[in-house]
Design a protein around this ligand. Structure first.
Ligand code: FAD
Length: 518
């Protein structure tokens, strides 16, 4: 009998640098890639509508890729342990491999499954495909998890820079396992026996029944190939100016890899290795084809490291968020800073302001532009995310959990670790948070980061004719100018639903009550 290994694919929808697949191929003669659909097991954070859309496309891409290599994706639906046991019985598998997920509900499920399968005599192994550094690896000097990003990054950042330098080989063992280069996808795969059947991706009903997804289809190419195209585009067009352009929401200045990373269509080790190959050690950019590993001048490496550092730092935030969620699993619903548990959020009928925010009809242009970009494309620029989150939690004084839930349903990159951290940071109650009393002024933010109003004009076309100096505050425009531009506030475009100055003062007073009672 040939040895059979199941590879349980989950949030690692790629064939390159996939440690579970590599382990299965190394140890099994027959390798069966399976995807099990059991959304309830992630409760209460089952994938939202935009994530389901992405998952559908990504599974289709993975399925095609596997077929090209001679294999087949076996899709089943139902409780994961029971489904795995059924598959093990059908295939005579003696091994199951998977890559780890780090959400609290999934950690609990996976350890139950590992225990149960091992008790059945199955060789079960989990691997790391998603992170540079497992969340339990780095601790502060006193053995605590990091709650502040800067010292965390001071530990992690240098390890990302130094791996190829012989000068640093004598340093203590790194927390980040980067010595072996990421593996390329296999060229062929063993066939899956015909007798083993599975569902079509369509049977999972992940696609919307009402087709609202045109904007998503135009904006994205889910799947491993789409991830690599996005990375190559970023390396050619944007990484060199990333330190500045990452803050301009109208510019294509960021990598837009977040949904690809969330679904594991590309891994951070692969990104890091490709950046090194393209940018470090030669200074001549991605087309040089230079090999950073053979660089003989350490100073050149560190000079070029400055180009990549701002981007690597953001990948560092992703790692930091994952270690926060791992150590503080209650934070998707409760503030990390317990002082905020009793924060006096707005009372009364909160539905109208919440709905106006969700629909991009607050009357504050940069906020509405961000919320409409989200609705249309399933993604929002990071600067806009911070601005809309500040307006919701501070000016409108609505609980950050409401915002996190809306993002969860509408973002294609909805990610429990990053979303929780982003919302708690914005609301001032999380790790390393922007203090609550630092309240973004959305007009100033718009003037600074969307100076010519291109972002607002794109997503709020009804304001397009306003001059740059008024595009971020149409309520300041004289009536005659508004009429000339075809705008009636409250008709074509809403009047602001909140007075920014008064609501700022109210938010600060609410915060004072919390800090006084601490
Ligand atoms: P780039 O600027 O190209 O960054 C590269 C990668 O680094 C990103 O793909 C992402 O994986 C990671 N990254 C960048 N910024 C952050 C950050 N602040 N925190 C953690 N990781 C980061 N990101 C998500 O992936 N999913 C979410 O659900 C999410 N929700 C957020 C909610 C709020 C309120 C805020 C303020 C931020 C949130 N972020 C979230 C972080 C950030 O906005 C996105 O990761 C980023 O905009 C994705 O675009 P990009 O891939 O072009 O990023």
């Amino acid at each position: 009998m040939p040895t059979t290994a199941l590879v349980w694919l989950r949030r690692d929808l790629r064939l390159g640098d996939n440690p579970a697949l590599a382990a299965a191929l190394a140890r099994g003669e027959r390798v069966i890639p399976v995807y099990l659909h059991a959304p309830d097991e992630a409760a209460p954070w089952q994938p939202g509508a935009a994530s389901r859309w992405w998952l559908h496309q990504s599974l289709c891409a993975l399925s095609e890729h596997l077929q090209r290599l001679g294999s087949r994706l076996i899709i089943r639906q139902g409780e994961s342990l029971a489904t795995l046991r059924a598959l093990i019985a059908e295939t005579d598998a003696s091994q199951v491999h998977w890559n780890r997920c780090y959400e609290p509900a999934l950690i609990a499920r996976d350890s139950r499954i590992k225990q149960a399968l091992r008790a059945d005599g199955i060789d079960c192994a989990s691997h790391n495909a998603a992170l540079l550094c497992e969340p339990w690896t780095l601790k502060t000097g006193s053995g605590e998890p990091y709650r502040v990003f800067t010292p965390y990054w001071r530990r992690l950042g240098p390890q990302l820079a130094e791996r190829t330098e012989t000068a640093h080989r004598s340093a203590p063992a790194p927390a980040v396992a980067l010595d072996a280069p990421p593996a390329a996808p296999p060229e062929t795969l063993p066939p899956v026996p015909n007798a083993i059947d599975g569902l079509a991706v369509e049977a999972l009903a992940l696609q919307p029944s009402i087709p609202w997804d045109q904007g998503l289809r135009e904006a994205w190419q889910p799947g491993e190939a789409g991830a690599w195209q996005a990375l190559e585009r970023f390396l050619i067009d944007a990484i060199c100016s990333y330190h500045e352009s990452r803050d301009w929401p109208a510019e294509p200045g960021t990598s837009r890899l977040s949904p690809h990373l969330h679904f594991g269509e590309i891994g951070p080790r692969q990104i890091l290795a490709r950046i090194r190959e393209a940018h470090l050690g030669s200074g001549s950019g991605p087309s040089s084809g230079s090999d950073s590993g053979s660089s003989s001048d350490p100073d050149a490496v560190f000079a070029d490291q400055a180009i990549a550092e701002p981007y690597l730092r953001e990948l560092g935030w992703r790692e930091f968020s994952h270690q926060l969620l791992y150590h503080f699993p209650h934070t998707p619903s409760e503030p990390l800073n317990p002082r905020f548990a009793d924060f006096p959020w707005r009372s009364g009928d909160t539905e109208p302001p919440l709905k106006a925010w969700q629909r991009g009809r607050t009357g504050i242009p940069i906020v509405d532009a961000g919320m409409r970009e989200l609705w249309h494309t399933g993604w929002m620029h990071n600067r806009a995310r911070m601005i809309v989150a500040s307006l919701l939690t501070k000016n409108l004084r609505l609980p950050w959990q409401e915002g996190a839930r809306w993002f969860w349903d509408t973002l294609v990159d909805a990610d429990l670790a990053n979303n929780t951290q982003g919302w708690q940071w914005s609301a001032g109650c999380g790790a390393d948070a922007a203090p609550y009393f630092r309240i973004f002024n959305p007009v100033r933010q718009g003037e600074r980061f969307d100076t010519q109003g291109r972002y607002v004009r794109r997503w709020c076309p009804e304001l397009a004719k306003l001059p740059d100096r008024l595009i971020h505050q149409p309520w300041q425009a004289p009536a005659s100018l508004l009429a000339q531009c075809g705008i009636r506030l409250g008709c074509e475009y809403p009047a602001p639903i909140i007075d920014l100055k008064a609501s700022r003062a109210e938010a600060l007073a609410a915060y004072d009550r919390v800090s006084a009672s601490a």
